[in-house]
Design a protein around this ligand. Structure first.
Ligand SMILES: *Cc1c(COP(=O)(O)O)cnc(C)c1O
Length: 363
C-alpha cells in the first residue's frame, strides 16, 4: 500500500509508534491474562495508568499543584455544560469572546442551563477571519469568568499565548484542538478542558484542569453528581467507570510526546509544518488562506480556491492520491489540513506537491 496521510480534524492522526504499540499490547498473554478493555477501572493496573497519565500531563504542561487534573467522558461538548454548572454559581453570568463555532456553542449551552451568557465581541460577521478583541470597558467583576476557545478548529484561528485576552478576572479555555501543540502558561487560566480526539488520543476521554481554590468557592448543591468536578477529583477520575481504553491510549501518546522532547519540540515542529504550508498558500495565486497572519492556527490550516464546488472536487481527487480528509468543516466548506502533533513534515510536503500540481493544471 502506498503511503497515505490523514488530515482529519478529529478524531485526528495519532503517532504510528502508538498505533503499533496498541496493536502489540492488545492481546491477552501469559503476563496480562486479559486485554486492556477487559480490566476493571478499579484494578491496580489501571490505577497506575491514570496516575502516570496525570503525572505526565502535569510535567508536559507545567501544571502547578493548586490545579486538579482529571479524565472524563462526554467530549468537549459536555464541558460546555460542566464549566458553567461548576463555575457560574455566583453571578450566574459568563462572558464570551466569540471566535468561532465552538465558542458560540458553549454560549448557547450556558444559556440553556439558565446562566446569562454575554458575547463581548464576535468576529462572526467577517467569517471569523480575525480574533475578537476584549473590549476596553470589560469589567470582570460582573461575570463569573471569561470563556475563550484557544484554537478554533473549524475556522483555523488561534489565541496563541502571546495574543491571549488580558483579564484580571477568571479565564476558562477550551483547548480541545491545540493542547500540547504549543505552549501556554497554565497560570493564565482558571480552568482548561480538551476533548482527547484532536491531539491527545482517541475519542472517549476529555481532560479537565481546574483551579482548586476556585472550585472550593462554588455552590454546587443543585448540580447532579456526575456533573460535579469535585466528585471526579475525589475519586481520581474513577468516580464511575472510566474510559479505560481511551485513557490507556492517551497515556501512550503522552509517552510519545515526552520522548520527542515535550511541548517545546512539538511547538517547534508545528511551527515548521504550518509555516511551510502557509508560505506556499500565500505565494499562490490560486489558493488563499483567509485568517489574519498573527492568529493563524498551527493545527488547523484553513484555505480555499474561492470556489467551494471546485474545492470539493480537489479534496476528492486528493483521496485518490493518498491524502485524506482535506474537506473543510461541513458548515464552511473549503479545505482544512489538520497538522496535529502526530502529523509528519512528509504529510505537509505531499500535500504541497499535490496542491502545486493541481494549480499548474488550472493555468
Ligand atoms: C471538537 C471540539 C469540541 C467538541 O468536542 P466533542 O468531543 O465532539 O464534544 C469543542 N471545542 C473544540 C475547540 C473542538 O475542537
Amino acid at each position: 500500500m502506498a503511503k497515505t496521510y490523514n488530515f482529519s480534524a478529529g478524531p485526528g492522526v495519532l503517532p504510528d509508534e502508538v498505533i503499533t504499540q496498541i496493536k502489540q499490547e492488545f492481546e491477552r498473554n501469559e503476563h496480562t491474562h486479559m486485554s486492556i478493555i477487559e480490566i476493571s477501572h478499579r484494578s491496580a493496573q489501571f490505577q497506575a495508568i491514570v496516575t502516570e497519565a496525570e503525572q505526565k500531563l502535569r510535567e508536559l504542561m507545567a501544571i502547578p499543584e493548586d490545579y486538579a487534573v482529571i479524565f472524563l467522558q462526554g467530549g468537549g461538548s459536555t464541558q460546555f455544560e460542566m464549566i458553567p454548572l461548576n463555575f457560574a454559581t455566583n453571578q450566574s453570568h459568563i462572558a464570551i469572546l466569540d471566535s468561532g463555532n465552538f465558542a458560540a456553542k458553549a454560549s448557547e449551552a450556558a444559556e440553556m442551563l439558565g446562566k446569562q451568557a454575554t458575547v463581548l465581541n464576535s468576529t462572526k460577521g467577517i467569517n471569523y477571519q480575525k480574533l475578537p478583541i476584549l473590549p476596553e470597558h470589560f469589567d470582570p467583576e460582573l461575570y463569573d469568568y471569561l470563556h475563550i476557545v484557544t484554537n478554533n478548529t473549524i475556522e483555523g484561528i488561534t489565541f496563541h499565548q502571546d495574543n491571549l485576552p488580558s483579564t484580571t478576572g477568571r479565564l476558562v479555555a477550551d483547548m480541545s484542538s491545540n493542547i500540547l501543540a504549543e505552549p501556554y502558561d497554565i497560570n493564565a487560566f482558571d480552568a482548561v478542558f480538551a476533548g482527547g480526539q484532536k491531539n491527545l488520543g482517541p475519542a472517549g476521554v476529555t481532560v479537565a484542569i481546574t483551579k482548586k481554590d476556585w472550585l472550593a468557592q462554588q455552590d454546587v448543591r443543585h448540580v447532579g453528581p456526575m456533573m460535579r468536578y469535585q466528585n471526579h477529583i475525589d475519586k481520581q477520575s474513577m468516580y464511575n467507570t472510566s474510559p479505560v481504553f481511551s485513557i490507556y491510549a492517551l497515556n501512550l501518546v503522552l509517552d510519545w510526546v515526552v520522548a520527542q522532547g515535550g511541548v517545546t519540540e512539538m511547538h517547534r515542529r508545528n511551527l515548521e509544518k504550518a509555516h511551510k504550508l502557509y508560505a506556499f498558500l500565500d505565494q499562490s495565486d490560486f489558493y488563499t488562506a483567509p485568517v489574519e497572519t498573527n492568529a493563524r492556527s498551527l493545527t488547523n490550516v484553513v484555505f480555499t480556491t474561492g470556489d467551494l464546488t471546485r474545492d470539493k472536487m480537489i479534496a476528492k481527487r486528493a483521496e485518490s492520491e493518498g491524502l485524506f480528509n482535506l474537506n473543510g468543516h461541513r458548515s464552511v466548506g473549503g479545505f482544512r489540513a489538520s497538522l496535529y502533533n502526530a502529523q509528519s513534515m512528509a504529510a505537509v510536503d505531499a500535500l504541497i506537491t499535490f496542491l502545486k500540481k493541481v494549480e499548474k493544471e488550472q493555468v
